[in-house]
Design a protein around this ligand. Structure first.
Ligand code: MRU
Length: 372
């Protein structure tokens, strides 16, 4: 399943708002269409909206009519701002857009900038996909044969470059021959768990039981859950994590019931410029998503409704954060910082993807093994 592709100068996506009942593909040749698809959750999930933002900027660069390099870059910057504001919580979007803007700066003429932006967007896509595969292999070490894993929202292939974070961990555990079953929360208001996660797992042949969000505590208290794994939209420097609304409640319930709670996310989701969860912007969406289900009114007309799309789970509720460089355990502030230093050292040492792959096999995680 390819949730997004760059094909002949167009961005092709699976329209996630139609799943699971209709499989619709859309093609965009204008950046505004990509921004609108991000806003309306036709494209969704933190890593995927980063990739989409990158392709969106590559698209817009093909259409900017400026004559000079300076005018071209100024227009690119303006459009980047519009794209970045499509969804404020997932930092992957700004991360990818900033990377694209930096790539544009390295070229001296408009034609080279256009080509460089396409190449950079493809590189972001490739690297993000590889990061999810790698973090999934690390995460699979936390999953024993016979485990039942609870997950929330959708952090599968659909939400990423094509493998998944929380669901990637589950897939990797299955690929290792472990017998795993999943409890998926439906994830009100927009039902990503019911519509997307349950569908994705069924496609993979992984046993899944769908529950309403309010059933989670019941199943945890009956020892029916071995661990909870979710994705993330932004992880602050101290490990506080923003993810789909309802994640915080699950984490508190997990702690109460002594169930390990894991976050699985690529490093593009870590925002070290934000010291704690207090600094993470929370997207407020249309209250109609709460008063209505799939366009059908369920609440009394005119009732006031609130609709924060994400919440913040304080790091004290997290057992570990699973990344492509390894499993990070508390103390998170120190160990996240060590992780980035490790990455910097590796990139200075010129480690290629292949050699990092080899080192992965024998190496569980640097911060995990050597906490500062
Ligand atoms: O509003 P959504 O559907 O984009 O929210 C998605 C989530 O909260 C995911 O858990 C998160 O982005 C991680 S996706 C790998």
């Amino acid at each position: 399943m390819e949730p997004i592709e760059w094909l002949d100068g167009k961005v092709k996506i699976i329209d996630q708002s139609c799943l699971p009942h209709r499989q619709v593909q859309l093609e965009f040749d204008r950046c505004e269409e990509v921004a609108q698809a991000i806003k309306t959750l036709r494209i969704r999930g933190a890593p995927l909206i980063g990739i989409a933002g990158a392709y969106g900027l590559a698209l817009c660069a093909q259409n900017i009519a400026a004559v000079t390099r300076t005018e071209f870059l100024a227009e690119l910057q303006r459009i980047a701002g519009v794209l970045a504001s499509a969804r404020p919580t997932a930092v992957n979007l700004t991360w990818a857009i900033n990377r694209m803007l930096a790539a544009a700066q390295t070229k001296g003429d408009i034609s080279s900038i256009r080509s460089a932006l396409i190449a950079e967007a493809k590189a972001i896509h490739r690297e993000e996909k590889e990061a999810t595969r790698r973090l999934s292999r690390f995460g699979a070490e936390l999953i024993n044969d016979g485990f039942t894993v609870m997950t929330h929202c959708n952090a599968g292939a659909l939400a990423t470059g094509g493998y998944g974070t929380a669901l990637g961990v589950i897939r990797a555990a299955r690929e290792q021959g472990k017998n795993i079953s999943v409890i998926a929360t439906e994830t009100r208001p927009l039902l990503q768990g019911a519509r997307l996660t349950a569908w994705e797992l069924m496609q993979e042949g992984i046993p899944v039981t769908l529950i309403t969000d309010s059933m989670a505590g019941h199943f945890m208290s009956r020892q029916a859950v071995n661990c909870v794994i979710t994705g993330a939209d932004r992880i602050a420097a101290n490990g506080d994590t923003a993810n789909k609304i309802g994640t915080y409640s699950l984490a508190v319930l997990a702690k109460e019931n002594k169930v390990p709670f894991y976050i699985a996310a690529p490093l593009s989701t870590v925002d070290r410029s934000v010291a704690s969860g207090d600094g993470i912007p929370i997207e407020e969406r249309n209250p109609e998503e709460v008063t209505h289900i799939q366009g059908i009114a369920v609440a009394a007309p005119g009732v006031r409704a609130a609709n924060p799309a994400f919440d913040v789970t304080p790091h004290r509720y997290l057992s570990a954060i699973i990344t492509e460089l390894g499993i990070v355990r508390p103390p998170f502030r120190q160990n996240i910082s060590t992780l980035f230093k490790t990455r910097l050292a590796r990139s200075k040492g010129g480690a290629s993807g292949r050699s990092q792959d080899r080192s992965h096999r024998g190496q569980r995680s640097l911060p995990d093994r050597r906490p500062e």
